[in-house]
Ligand binder design. Structure first.
Ligand SMILES: *Cc1c(COP(=O)(O)O)cnc(C)c1O
Length: 387
Protein backbone atom coordinates (compact mmCIF):
# COMPACT_ATOMS: atom_id res chain seq x y z
CA UNK A 1 0.00 0.00 0.00
CA UNK A 2 1.44 3.35 -1.05
CA UNK A 3 2.22 6.51 0.85
CA UNK A 4 0.59 8.51 -1.93
CA UNK A 5 -2.70 8.04 -3.68
CA UNK A 6 -1.81 9.86 -6.88
CA UNK A 7 -1.34 13.47 -5.75
CA UNK A 8 -3.15 12.81 -2.43
CA UNK A 9 -2.02 11.52 0.96
CA UNK A 10 1.51 12.03 2.25
CA UNK A 11 2.57 12.92 5.79
CA UNK A 12 2.56 16.66 6.45
CA UNK A 13 3.64 16.49 10.10
CA UNK A 14 6.23 18.05 12.44
CA UNK A 15 9.56 16.21 12.38
CA UNK A 16 9.06 14.89 15.92
CA UNK A 17 6.28 12.62 14.65
CA UNK A 18 8.16 11.12 11.72
CA UNK A 19 9.94 8.35 13.70
CA UNK A 20 6.64 7.34 15.33
CA UNK A 21 4.87 7.12 11.98
CA UNK A 22 7.71 5.03 10.56
CA UNK A 23 7.71 2.75 13.60
CA UNK A 24 3.93 2.37 13.27
CA UNK A 25 4.15 1.50 9.59
CA UNK A 26 6.83 -1.10 10.29
CA UNK A 27 4.81 -2.70 13.11
CA UNK A 28 1.68 -2.75 10.96
CA UNK A 29 3.41 -4.31 7.94
CA UNK A 30 5.04 -6.96 10.14
CA UNK A 31 1.74 -7.69 11.85
CA UNK A 32 0.16 -8.44 8.47
CA UNK A 33 2.64 -11.26 7.95
CA UNK A 34 2.45 -12.49 11.54
CA UNK A 35 0.02 -15.44 11.79
CA UNK A 36 -0.31 -15.15 15.59
CA UNK A 37 -1.27 -11.45 15.35
CA UNK A 38 -3.80 -12.19 12.60
CA UNK A 39 -5.22 -15.10 14.58
CA UNK A 40 -5.62 -12.96 17.71
CA UNK A 41 -7.31 -10.18 15.71
CA UNK A 42 -9.67 -12.68 14.06
CA UNK A 43 -10.57 -14.37 17.34
CA UNK A 44 -11.25 -11.07 19.14
CA UNK A 45 -13.29 -9.72 16.21
CA UNK A 46 -15.34 -12.89 16.39
CA UNK A 47 -15.75 -13.63 20.10
CA UNK A 48 -15.58 -10.11 21.50
CA UNK A 49 -16.69 -8.04 18.52
CA UNK A 50 -19.45 -10.23 17.07
CA UNK A 51 -18.08 -10.72 13.54
CA UNK A 52 -18.89 -11.78 10.89
CA UNK A 53 -21.90 -9.47 10.61
CA UNK A 54 -24.90 -10.64 8.56
CA UNK A 55 -25.89 -9.54 5.08
CA UNK A 56 -29.62 -9.00 5.54
CA UNK A 57 -32.20 -8.93 2.74
CA UNK A 58 -34.58 -6.05 3.57
CA UNK A 59 -37.64 -7.60 2.01
CA UNK A 60 -40.38 -5.22 3.14
CA UNK A 61 -38.23 -2.20 2.38
CA UNK A 62 -37.49 -3.58 -1.09
CA UNK A 63 -41.20 -4.17 -1.75
CA UNK A 64 -42.18 -0.68 -0.60
CA UNK A 65 -39.39 0.94 -2.57
CA UNK A 66 -39.73 -1.04 -5.81
CA UNK A 67 -36.90 -2.10 -8.14
CA UNK A 68 -33.68 -3.83 -7.07
CA UNK A 69 -33.31 -5.89 -3.89
CA UNK A 70 -31.83 -3.98 -0.95
CA UNK A 71 -29.34 -5.84 1.24
CA UNK A 72 -27.93 -4.39 4.45
CA UNK A 73 -24.42 -5.14 5.68
CA UNK A 74 -25.13 -5.11 9.40
CA UNK A 75 -22.19 -3.23 10.94
CA UNK A 76 -24.74 -1.86 13.41
CA UNK A 77 -24.49 -5.27 15.09
CA UNK A 78 -20.77 -4.98 15.80
CA UNK A 79 -19.96 -4.62 19.52
CA UNK A 80 -20.41 -0.96 20.44
CA UNK A 81 -22.91 -0.37 17.65
CA UNK A 82 -20.73 0.68 14.72
CA UNK A 83 -17.91 -0.35 12.39
CA UNK A 84 -15.48 1.78 14.44
CA UNK A 85 -14.46 -1.26 16.50
CA UNK A 86 -12.80 -3.00 13.52
CA UNK A 87 -10.20 -0.23 13.39
CA UNK A 88 -9.91 0.53 17.12
CA UNK A 89 -9.24 -3.14 17.91
CA UNK A 90 -6.62 -3.47 15.17
CA UNK A 91 -4.81 -0.36 16.35
CA UNK A 92 -5.09 -1.38 20.02
CA UNK A 93 -3.28 -4.60 19.16
CA UNK A 94 -0.65 -2.60 17.28
CA UNK A 95 -0.16 -0.37 20.36
CA UNK A 96 0.37 -3.50 22.42
CA UNK A 97 2.86 -4.80 19.85
CA UNK A 98 4.75 -1.49 20.05
CA UNK A 99 4.88 -1.77 23.85
CA UNK A 100 2.84 1.39 24.30
CA UNK A 101 0.69 1.41 27.42
CA UNK A 102 -1.29 4.59 26.75
CA UNK A 103 -3.67 5.23 23.87
CA UNK A 104 -5.33 8.49 22.86
CA UNK A 105 -8.10 9.15 20.38
CA UNK A 106 -10.30 11.92 19.01
CA UNK A 107 -14.01 11.58 18.66
CA UNK A 108 -16.90 13.51 17.09
CA UNK A 109 -20.19 11.73 17.68
CA UNK A 110 -18.44 9.64 20.32
CA UNK A 111 -18.57 6.29 18.50
CA UNK A 112 -14.82 6.10 17.92
CA UNK A 113 -14.19 7.26 21.49
CA UNK A 114 -16.42 4.49 22.79
CA UNK A 115 -14.77 1.87 20.57
CA UNK A 116 -11.32 2.99 21.71
CA UNK A 117 -12.40 3.01 25.38
CA UNK A 118 -13.75 -0.56 25.02
CA UNK A 119 -10.48 -1.72 23.47
CA UNK A 120 -8.45 0.16 26.10
CA UNK A 121 -10.37 -1.55 28.89
CA UNK A 122 -10.09 -4.99 27.31
CA UNK A 123 -6.32 -4.66 26.72
CA UNK A 124 -5.64 -2.86 30.02
CA UNK A 125 -4.34 0.35 28.42
CA UNK A 126 -4.67 3.90 29.79
CA UNK A 127 -7.16 5.65 27.50
CA UNK A 128 -7.77 9.38 26.94
CA UNK A 129 -10.22 10.74 24.40
CA UNK A 130 -10.30 14.30 23.02
CA UNK A 131 -13.77 15.61 22.24
CA UNK A 132 -15.05 19.07 21.30
CA UNK A 133 -17.24 20.79 23.91
CA UNK A 134 -20.12 21.09 21.46
CA UNK A 135 -20.00 17.33 20.80
CA UNK A 136 -19.76 16.57 24.55
CA UNK A 137 -22.98 18.52 24.94
CA UNK A 138 -24.89 16.82 22.08
CA UNK A 139 -23.58 13.27 22.61
CA UNK A 140 -24.05 12.82 26.39
CA UNK A 141 -24.71 9.06 26.42
CA UNK A 142 -21.43 8.31 24.63
CA UNK A 143 -19.50 10.53 27.07
CA UNK A 144 -20.99 8.54 29.94
CA UNK A 145 -20.14 5.26 28.20
CA UNK A 146 -16.50 6.27 27.77
CA UNK A 147 -16.23 7.23 31.44
CA UNK A 148 -17.82 3.97 32.62
CA UNK A 149 -15.32 2.10 30.45
CA UNK A 150 -12.53 3.77 32.40
CA UNK A 151 -11.45 6.34 29.81
CA UNK A 152 -10.74 10.02 30.51
CA UNK A 153 -12.67 12.42 28.27
CA UNK A 154 -10.72 15.63 27.56
CA UNK A 155 -12.91 18.57 26.47
CA UNK A 156 -11.59 20.70 23.59
CA UNK A 157 -12.51 24.40 23.69
CA UNK A 158 -10.86 25.72 20.49
CA UNK A 159 -12.54 26.87 17.25
CA UNK A 160 -15.85 25.24 16.30
CA UNK A 161 -15.33 22.91 19.32
CA UNK A 162 -16.07 19.78 17.25
CA UNK A 163 -14.13 16.99 15.51
CA UNK A 164 -11.55 19.03 13.59
CA UNK A 165 -10.32 20.67 16.80
CA UNK A 166 -10.35 17.33 18.65
CA UNK A 167 -8.00 15.89 16.00
CA UNK A 168 -5.73 18.94 16.38
CA UNK A 169 -5.53 18.38 20.16
CA UNK A 170 -4.87 14.65 19.82
CA UNK A 171 -2.04 15.34 17.35
CA UNK A 172 -0.63 17.97 19.74
CA UNK A 173 -0.73 15.47 22.65
CA UNK A 174 0.94 12.81 20.51
CA UNK A 175 3.86 15.07 19.55
CA UNK A 176 4.93 15.29 23.21
CA UNK A 177 3.98 11.77 24.39
CA UNK A 178 4.86 9.66 21.39
CA UNK A 179 7.34 7.44 23.28
CA UNK A 180 4.75 5.68 25.41
CA UNK A 181 1.53 6.63 23.57
CA UNK A 182 -0.20 5.40 20.42
CA UNK A 183 -2.71 7.67 18.68
CA UNK A 184 -5.71 5.55 17.60
CA UNK A 185 -6.89 7.68 14.67
CA UNK A 186 -10.57 7.02 14.03
CA UNK A 187 -10.97 7.22 10.27
CA UNK A 188 -9.03 6.62 7.04
CA UNK A 189 -7.52 10.10 7.29
CA UNK A 190 -4.39 11.82 8.61
CA UNK A 191 -0.71 11.30 7.76
CA UNK A 192 0.60 8.10 6.20
CA UNK A 193 0.39 5.26 7.27
CA UNK A 194 -2.99 5.92 8.94
CA UNK A 195 -5.20 6.01 5.79
CA UNK A 196 -3.70 2.71 4.60
CA UNK A 197 -3.79 0.85 7.89
CA UNK A 198 -7.31 2.00 8.77
CA UNK A 199 -8.46 0.86 5.31
CA UNK A 200 -6.75 -2.46 5.97
CA UNK A 201 -8.52 -3.02 9.32
CA UNK A 202 -11.89 -1.92 7.88
CA UNK A 203 -11.56 -4.10 4.77
CA UNK A 204 -13.07 -6.94 6.75
CA UNK A 205 -16.42 -5.34 5.80
CA UNK A 206 -15.88 -5.62 2.04
CA UNK A 207 -14.28 -9.06 2.29
CA UNK A 208 -17.35 -10.37 4.08
CA UNK A 209 -19.69 -8.69 1.55
CA UNK A 210 -17.80 -10.31 -1.31
CA UNK A 211 -17.80 -13.73 0.31
CA UNK A 212 -21.46 -13.51 1.39
CA UNK A 213 -22.61 -12.28 -2.04
CA UNK A 214 -20.75 -14.96 -3.94
CA UNK A 215 -21.99 -17.79 -1.79
CA UNK A 216 -25.55 -16.45 -1.77
CA UNK A 217 -26.05 -15.11 -5.30
CA UNK A 218 -23.09 -16.70 -7.06
CA UNK A 219 -22.10 -13.17 -8.06
CA UNK A 220 -20.95 -9.80 -6.80
CA UNK A 221 -23.56 -7.15 -5.96
CA UNK A 222 -24.56 -4.83 -8.83
CA UNK A 223 -24.26 -1.71 -6.69
CA UNK A 224 -22.57 -1.14 -3.32
CA UNK A 225 -23.27 2.03 -1.33
CA UNK A 226 -21.60 3.47 1.79
CA UNK A 227 -21.62 6.82 3.57
CA UNK A 228 -18.44 8.92 3.66
CA UNK A 229 -17.36 11.04 6.62
CA UNK A 230 -13.61 10.57 6.92
CA UNK A 231 -14.28 7.58 4.74
CA UNK A 232 -13.33 4.51 6.81
CA UNK A 233 -16.48 2.38 6.51
CA UNK A 234 -16.67 3.27 2.81
CA UNK A 235 -13.03 2.44 2.02
CA UNK A 236 -13.33 -0.79 4.00
CA UNK A 237 -16.43 -1.64 2.01
CA UNK A 238 -14.95 -0.69 -1.38
CA UNK A 239 -11.35 -1.98 -1.15
CA UNK A 240 -12.04 -5.68 -1.69
CA UNK A 241 -14.54 -4.81 -4.47
CA UNK A 242 -12.35 -2.47 -6.53
CA UNK A 243 -11.37 -5.23 -8.95
CA UNK A 244 -14.87 -6.64 -9.36
CA UNK A 245 -17.68 -5.52 -11.65
CA UNK A 246 -19.71 -3.97 -8.79
CA UNK A 247 -20.57 -0.29 -9.16
CA UNK A 248 -19.40 1.65 -6.11
CA UNK A 249 -21.09 4.72 -4.69
CA UNK A 250 -20.00 6.93 -1.78
CA UNK A 251 -22.52 9.25 -0.15
CA UNK A 252 -21.52 12.46 1.65
CA UNK A 253 -23.55 14.73 3.90
CA UNK A 254 -25.17 17.55 1.96
CA UNK A 255 -26.47 19.30 5.10
CA UNK A 256 -29.51 21.58 4.81
CA UNK A 257 -28.88 22.02 1.09
CA UNK A 258 -27.77 25.40 -0.19
CA UNK A 259 -24.43 25.47 1.71
CA UNK A 260 -21.47 23.08 1.52
CA UNK A 261 -22.78 20.70 4.20
CA UNK A 262 -19.86 18.34 4.82
CA UNK A 263 -19.44 17.18 1.21
CA UNK A 264 -15.66 17.51 0.77
CA UNK A 265 -15.46 15.41 -2.41
CA UNK A 266 -18.58 16.81 -4.09
CA UNK A 267 -18.00 20.46 -3.19
CA UNK A 268 -14.37 20.81 -2.04
CA UNK A 269 -10.96 21.35 -3.60
CA UNK A 270 -7.49 19.86 -2.92
CA UNK A 271 -5.47 21.16 0.04
CA UNK A 272 -3.65 20.05 3.21
CA UNK A 273 -5.26 19.31 6.59
CA UNK A 274 -4.42 16.98 9.47
CA UNK A 275 -1.22 15.77 7.83
CA UNK A 276 -2.69 14.77 4.44
CA UNK A 277 -3.34 16.27 1.02
CA UNK A 278 -6.93 15.64 0.02
CA UNK A 279 -10.21 17.29 -0.93
CA UNK A 280 -11.22 19.92 1.64
CA UNK A 281 -14.00 22.38 2.21
CA UNK A 282 -11.96 25.60 2.26
CA UNK A 283 -12.10 29.22 1.20
CA UNK A 284 -9.83 30.89 -1.38
CA UNK A 285 -7.13 31.41 1.26
CA UNK A 286 -7.16 27.77 2.32
CA UNK A 287 -9.04 28.43 5.58
CA UNK A 288 -11.30 25.53 6.50
CA UNK A 289 -15.01 26.33 6.14
CA UNK A 290 -17.52 25.55 8.89
CA UNK A 291 -19.37 22.32 8.09
CA UNK A 292 -22.92 21.32 8.87
CA UNK A 293 -24.76 17.99 8.97
CA UNK A 294 -27.51 16.35 10.98
CA UNK A 295 -25.09 13.45 11.51
CA UNK A 296 -22.10 14.33 13.71
CA UNK A 297 -20.12 11.40 12.26
CA UNK A 298 -20.14 12.88 8.74
CA UNK A 299 -19.50 16.44 9.92
CA UNK A 300 -15.86 16.80 8.77
CA UNK A 301 -14.29 19.23 6.28
CA UNK A 302 -11.83 16.67 4.89
CA UNK A 303 -11.90 13.11 3.59
CA UNK A 304 -9.49 10.18 3.31
CA UNK A 305 -6.94 10.65 0.51
CA UNK A 306 -7.73 7.33 -1.16
CA UNK A 307 -11.27 8.54 -1.80
CA UNK A 308 -9.80 11.64 -3.47
CA UNK A 309 -7.96 9.41 -5.91
CA UNK A 310 -10.94 7.09 -6.45
CA UNK A 311 -13.06 10.12 -7.27
CA UNK A 312 -10.54 11.48 -9.79
CA UNK A 313 -10.12 8.05 -11.43
CA UNK A 314 -13.90 7.61 -11.69
CA UNK A 315 -13.84 4.10 -10.16
CA UNK A 316 -16.11 5.28 -7.36
CA UNK A 317 -18.91 7.80 -7.79
CA UNK A 318 -19.52 10.30 -4.97
CA UNK A 319 -22.74 12.20 -4.38
CA UNK A 320 -24.30 14.07 -1.47
CA UNK A 321 -27.65 13.66 0.27
CA UNK A 322 -29.44 16.31 2.37
CA UNK A 323 -30.40 16.16 6.05
CA UNK A 324 -34.08 15.83 5.11
CA UNK A 325 -33.51 12.92 2.70
CA UNK A 326 -31.41 11.09 5.30
CA UNK A 327 -34.08 11.59 7.97
CA UNK A 328 -36.76 10.22 5.65
CA UNK A 329 -34.65 7.11 5.06
CA UNK A 330 -34.10 6.80 8.83
CA UNK A 331 -37.85 6.68 9.47
CA UNK A 332 -38.53 4.39 6.51
CA UNK A 333 -36.01 1.77 7.63
CA UNK A 334 -37.19 1.96 11.24
CA UNK A 335 -40.80 1.29 10.30
CA UNK A 336 -40.34 -1.17 7.47
CA UNK A 337 -37.60 -3.37 8.95
CA UNK A 338 -37.47 -2.74 12.70
CA UNK A 339 -33.96 -1.37 12.46
CA UNK A 340 -33.06 2.10 13.79
CA UNK A 341 -30.05 3.13 11.70
CA UNK A 342 -27.49 5.76 12.65
CA UNK A 343 -28.03 9.01 10.75
CA UNK A 344 -24.72 8.53 8.89
CA UNK A 345 -25.71 5.36 6.99
CA UNK A 346 -29.23 6.78 6.59
CA UNK A 347 -27.55 9.05 3.99
CA UNK A 348 -26.24 6.00 2.12
CA UNK A 349 -29.61 4.31 2.36
CA UNK A 350 -31.46 7.33 0.93
CA UNK A 351 -29.32 7.30 -2.21
CA UNK A 352 -29.42 3.49 -2.46
CA UNK A 353 -33.22 3.56 -2.42
CA UNK A 354 -33.29 6.17 -5.19
CA UNK A 355 -30.90 4.14 -7.39
CA UNK A 356 -32.67 0.84 -6.69
CA UNK A 357 -35.96 2.20 -8.04
CA UNK A 358 -34.49 2.51 -11.53
CA UNK A 359 -32.73 -0.88 -11.46
CA UNK A 360 -34.34 -4.20 -12.51
CA UNK A 361 -35.90 -6.39 -9.82
CA UNK A 362 -33.24 -9.06 -10.10
CA UNK A 363 -30.45 -6.53 -9.44
CA UNK A 364 -28.86 -6.44 -5.96
CA UNK A 365 -27.89 -3.35 -4.02
CA UNK A 366 -25.79 -3.67 -0.86
CA UNK A 367 -25.76 -0.80 1.65
CA UNK A 368 -23.24 -0.73 4.48
CA UNK A 369 -25.29 0.05 7.58
CA UNK A 370 -22.30 1.44 9.45
CA UNK A 371 -24.00 1.86 12.82
CA UNK A 372 -27.16 1.80 14.88
CA UNK A 373 -29.28 4.81 15.71
CA UNK A 374 -29.28 4.76 19.52
CA UNK A 375 -26.86 7.69 19.71
CA UNK A 376 -29.15 9.77 17.45
CA UNK A 377 -32.47 9.36 19.23
CA UNK A 378 -32.30 12.79 20.92
CA UNK A 379 -31.35 14.47 17.63
CA UNK A 380 -34.21 12.81 15.75
CA UNK A 381 -36.65 13.72 18.52
CA UNK A 382 -35.45 17.33 18.47
CA UNK A 383 -36.12 17.60 14.73
CA UNK A 384 -39.47 15.86 14.98
CA UNK A 385 -41.10 13.26 12.77
CA UNK A 386 -42.21 14.57 9.37
CA UNK A 387 -45.29 12.33 9.41
C1 LIG B 1 -18.06 7.58 12.54
C2 LIG B 1 -19.16 7.04 11.77
C3 LIG B 1 -19.24 7.23 10.37
C4 LIG B 1 -18.31 8.09 9.60
O1 LIG B 1 -16.98 7.71 9.62
P1 LIG B 1 -16.28 7.01 8.40
O2 LIG B 1 -14.84 7.03 8.77
O3 LIG B 1 -16.56 7.83 7.17
O4 LIG B 1 -16.80 5.64 8.28
C5 LIG B 1 -20.28 6.61 9.69
N1 LIG B 1 -21.19 5.87 10.34
C6 LIG B 1 -21.15 5.66 11.67
C7 LIG B 1 -22.19 4.83 12.30
C8 LIG B 1 -20.13 6.24 12.42
O5 LIG B 1 -20.10 6.04 13.75
Amino acid sequence: MPEWYGPYGGAYVPETLVPALQELEKAWRESRRDPSFQQRLRTLLHEWGGRPTPLYFAERLTRENGGAGIYLKREDLVHGGAHKLNNALGQGLLAERLGKRRIIAETGAGQHGVATAMVGAMLGLTTEVYMGEVDIERQRPNVLRMRLLGATVRPVRAGQRTLKEAINEALRDWITTVRDTHYVLGSAVGPHPFPSLVADFQSVIGKEILHQSRSRFGAEPDLVVACVGGGSNAIGTFHPLLRTRSRLLGVEAGGEGGGVGAASLSRGSPGVLHGMRTYLLQDEEGQILPTESVSAGLDYAGVGPEHARLKDSGRVEYVSVSNAEALAAFHLLSRSEGILPALEPAHALAEALRRARSLPRDARVVVTLSGRGDKDLAEVERIGDPR
